[in-house]
Design a protein around this ligand. Structure first.
Ligand SMILES: Cc1cc2nc3c(=O)[nH]c(=O)nc-3n(C[C@H](O)[C@H](O)[C@H](O)COP(=O)(O)OP(=O)(O)OC[C@H]3O[C@@H](n4cnc5c(N)ncnc54)[C@H](O)[C@@H]3O)c2cc1C
Length: 512
């Protein structure tokens, strides 16, 4: 009797994976056949599912059916192709480093791609020179802290940063990536030469301003909707050696913003490489926020100013310098600038730190018993005084519940590329403010209520704020958010991710 041929091994593996995911997974979304190469990399165990069901915010929790730990870009491509070719496609979200605060990196009943596993192969950052351009080719999974260390070892540095560096390159480039350098160099998305992207059809495409520019523009600031960034070519410059880091206090809001605006308008271009500002509040401002800079003996005087004025404002300025620069001359320049400023006399402090020390000033700390009901807004400059009265004094000061830093500083619109997907106010100068609340597991709602009250006030007062890292949940809200950019955003989605597979956690196209 003739022996019947045994089925090929890959078919058996494929059937097993499919059966496993269909029966053990909590959803029936993964009824699609998955390639055998992914068999050992797709996890459905509770540890994997739990880790992908939460994020830094610790407020939104949403379970995927499985988590992919890719060991190559091809693994991610295989996964996207499987979904694309499936009669009922499943959602795929990328978890860069899980530092979203509203579930943007989750995929209910779909698959979360945990980029951490790609970081393990340690080959993701390469420094190159081409036609006098210095740049780093960086995997989308890489953390900015590692970009800093690798580039600094060669005396080089990207020009635009975030305040906190334990964020992935793909994660910040999907938003904008802003900090005190943005007024001068634009956000991180303005400092990218080229990308490799896996589209929602599973195609790996290289794009830049010259090549597939429409995809390039879509992806930068595109909230993960058009493709998965697997490589970004990031502009580099010589790294400064040291930083003169100074802070001054203001008791008057108008003085504070006038001096900040002088700097972003270029009035003191040669003394400012970085500008931020923040609010100091009686209840909320963490003591270490002040004492890390000012001497602890100054704390009582600073707090007495806060008691008198309710809110005081801190302007933060840095000047970068190189080995050949003379410290005393730098100091003279800074003193000249501060002489023209209207800060509270006697409360100005400055120190020299290394460039790396400055960039790593925000430590990496996570606490599972905390929540982070954050809100980040862009505010048009023309309405900043109304925002001060209606929000900072009538809501924030009166409620007196704010915990954590409140950032407040201006940015230049002309440093943002209007072709990219990111949305900003329609004015030459706009402010960014960040309410970085820390709550407990049970009390985050009071902060969310305050966040909502701020939005309500702005709507009623006709202040056209734009949410940064927006957390909208309905299509109507997103259409309003994107405004004149919506039609292009929707058309690009239809072109690059026609089956609405990518980044369902942003809740933009899921219900459409
Ligand atoms: C402590 C802290 C400090 C912060 N400081 C700043 C700051 O100074 N400036 C600033 O601008 N922002 C800041 N953020 C916000 C931060 O930039 C965003 O939350 C960012 O999305 C987090 O990066 P992540 O790598 O953790 O991304 P994730 O939360 O993992 O992902 C965010 C979104 O991007 C998508 N995504 C992730 N990787 C990719 C990829 N490779 N390709 C395509 N899409 C991808 C995800 O699917 C998701 O939709 C901060 C956040 C925290 C928690």
């Amino acid at each position: 009797m003739a022996k019947s041929p045994s089925p090929p091994i890959h078919l058996i593996v494929m059937l097993l994976v499919t059966y496993f995911l269909c029966t053990v997974g909590k959803s029936n979304a993964l009824t699609c056949p998955l390639p055998p190469e992914l068999a050992t990399k797709l996890h459905v165990d509770p540890v994997a599912i739990d880790s992908a069901s939460t994020d830094y915010g610790n407020i939104v929790h949403s379970e995927p059916a499985a988590v992919l730990y890719p060991s190559s870009i091809e693994d991610i491509q295989r996964l996207v192709k499987s979904s694309y070719n499936c009669p009922i496609p499943f959602g795929i979200s990328v978890r860069g480093n899980g530092h979203s605060v509203n579930g943007q990196d989750m995929a209910r009943d779909g698959v979360v791609v945990d980029m951490k596993s790609l970081r393990e192969n340690k080959t993701g950052i390469k420094i190159r020179v081409s036609r006098n351009h210095l740049f780093a080719d960086v995997g989308g999974e890489q953390l900015w802290i590692d970009v800093l260390h690798t580039t600094a070892a060669q005396g080089l540095s990207p020009v635009s940063w975030t305040d906190f560096l334990y964020l992935s390159v793909g994660g910040t480039l999907s938003n904008a990536g802003i900090s005190g350098q943005t007024f001068l160099h634009g956000p991180q998305i303005s400092n990218v030469y080229e990308l490799d992207v896996i589209t929602g059809k599973g195609e790996l495409v290289t794009c830049s301003k010259r090549n597939n520019s429409d995809l390039f523009d879509s992806v930068l600031g595109g909230l993960g909707q058009f493709g998965i960034i697997t490589r970004a070519r990031i502009a580099l410059r010589s790294a400064p050696t040291k930083v003169r880091w100074s802070r001054a206090f203001y008791s008057n809001f108008s003085d504070f913003i006038r001096d900040q605006e002088r700097i972003v308008r270029g009035g003191h271009r040669d003394v400012a490489n970085y500008l931020e500002g923040s609010l100091v509040l009686d209840n909320g401002t963490p003591t270490e926020w002040i004492t890390s800079f000012f001497h602890p003996t100054q704390l009582p005087q600073i707090m007495s100013l806060v008691k008198t004025y309710g809110i005081i404002y801190c302007l933060e300025l840095t000047k970068y310098y190189f080995i050949e620069d003379i410290e005393s001359e730098i100091d003279q320049d800074l003193q000249e600038v501060f002489k023209q400023f209207a800060h509270v006399p006697g409360f100005i402090d400055a120190k020299f730190v290394s460039h790396q020390e400055f960039l790593t000033r925000v430590p990496n700390a996570e606490n599972e018993s905390q929540t982070h009901p954050w809100q980040n807004l862009f505010i048009p400059k023309s309405r900043i005084s109304d925002f001060n009265v209606g929000v900072l004094r009538d809501i924030v000061l009166k409620r007196n519940i704010t915990t954590g830093p409140v950032l407040f500083y201006p940015l230049n619109r002309h440093k943002w590329d209007a072709q990219l997907s990111a949305v900003i106010p329609d004015e030459d100068i706009f402010y960014t403010t960040s309410f970085l609340h820390t709550g407990g597991i049970d009390n985050w709602q009071v902060y969310e209520d305050q966040n909502k009250a701020i939005i309500k006030f702005c709507e009623e007062a006709g202040i056209k704020i734009v949410k940064y890292l927006a957390d909208y949940t309905t299509i109507e809200e997103w259409i309003k958010h994107f405004g004149s950019k919506w039609t292009t955003f929707r058309e690009r989605k239809a072109k690059y991710d026609p089956k609405n597979i990518l980044s369902p956690g942003q809740k933009i196209f899921n219900g459409v």
